[in-house]
Write a protein that binds this ligand. Structure first.
Ligand code: MG
Length: 355
């Protein structure tokens, strides 16, 4: 549930960083990662939010608070809350009541209706609840001064701020009881989790004299180079196939046939960039790439960081998401005799949020 909720927010294009407030004994459940921080929660919801607020980056304009128990929040609901908070200061996702609402008399021992509340004015609060930074600071200060509320909007109201209602989502349910889990399994079927997909790529080229040795877009000084069309960049080719394969989009030969003049003499990094664009338009983003270059010589290590940077730019990821390793073949076979160079690559992709 927590992983789904984190993925829903961390994957949203307008969320720049995420702070997860958890009971201290549970904090190790969430792996530290790019743009995700974990802080200790507090005794009450409002204490957890106050702790998390301390970790909000100073340049954040709007802060969005979300229940981890609502894993099915849609990107559109997050957008509506952010837009209204940016314009009006505070906004929460909520659903108009569909059932007639009865207010019970205070004597809980004998439930009876005190009165009927006009249904058209009743909204059931969900999260996200979004606030301009200063408004949330006021709400938290109000809580510290003794106010309490079961949501952040209640504190903002008590601090004197107007809070807008934006339409939530009927499937944005809060999972709090075993019965909710049954409903959640239905909702989960309608909201497939962002399953990672893996692609495998392989390429080989003969090594001959009189050709440059280009790997990952970087020319490496060496007595022999790679035979083949254009730059014969076997590393870029294997990664291109891995990326296309992860999205089941075919292979390099299908997208860049030798007969297509468009790609004649094209830099292999350009082909990779084009393949990445195809994968992105199919609704995915690349998570990471790992590759092994099997060659007896030259040593790859001095060039690896330059190669990673070049590949990362084409893959639309950071250098940390790209791994390239050199490996000899212990003198065995074609690679061992320096007749050829072989590359194995894997790529992991996930659906883009909102795609
Ligand atoms: Mg090739």
């Amino acid at each position: 549930m927590l992983d789904r909720s984190i993925a829903a927010l961390a994957g949203h294009r307008r969320i720049e960083s995420l702070i997860v407030a958890l009971p201290s004994e549970e904090m190790s459940r969430v792996a530290a990662r790019d743009r995700v921080r974990v802080v200790a929660g507090g005794a009450r919801r409002q204490d957890s939010v106050a702790n998390a607020f301390e970790a909000v980056p100073a340049d954040a304009d709007v802060v969005v608070i979300h229940d981890a128990a609502r894993p099915f929040v849609s990107a559109g609901t997050v957008d509506r809350a952010i837009d209204a908070a940016a314009e009006f200061g505070a906004a929460i996702a909520a659903m108009p009541a569909r059932d007639t609402v009865k207010l019970a008399a205070e004597d809980a021992a004998a439930p009876r209706i005190d009165r009927t509340i006009p249904r058209d004015r009743v909204w059931l609060a969900q999260t996200p609840q979004a606030f301009r930074r200063a408004v949330l600071a006021d709400a938290i200060a109000c809580g510290r001064a003794g106010a309490s509320g079961t949501d952040e909007a209640a504190l903002a109201e008590q601090a004197g701020h107007e809070v807008r209602l934006v339409l939530g989502d009927p499937t944005n349910i809060k999972i709090t009881t075993p019965e909710d889990l049954a409903a959640a399994s239905l909702a989960a079927a309608a909201h497939p989790v962002a399953v990672a997909r893996t692609g495998l790529g392989y390429d080989s080229h003969r090594m001959i004299e009189g050709r440059p040795l280009v790997l990952g877009g970087i020319t490496i000084p060496h007595a022999t180079g790679l035979a083949g069309h254009s730059d014969a960049d076997a590393l870029a080719h294997a990664i291109t196939d891995a990326v296309l394969g992860a999205a089941s989009l075919g292979d390099i030969g299908r997208h860049f046939p030798d007969t297509d003049m468009r790609w004649k003499d094209a830099d292999s990094i350009e082909l990779l960039r084009h393949a990445v664009g195809l994968v992105q338009r199919a609704g995915f983003r690349i998570v990471n790439v790992d590759a092994v270059v099997v060659a007896e010589r030259p040593k790859l290590a001095p060039h690896v960081d330059a190669i990673r940077d070049r590949l990362a730019a084409a893959l639309d990821v950071t250098r940390e998401a790209v791994s390239v390793k050199g490996k000899t073949n212990e003198g065995m076979g074609e690679a061992g005799r320096g007749e050829g160079l072989f590359v194995h690559a894997v790529a992991t992709i996930v659906p883009r949020a909102g795609a």
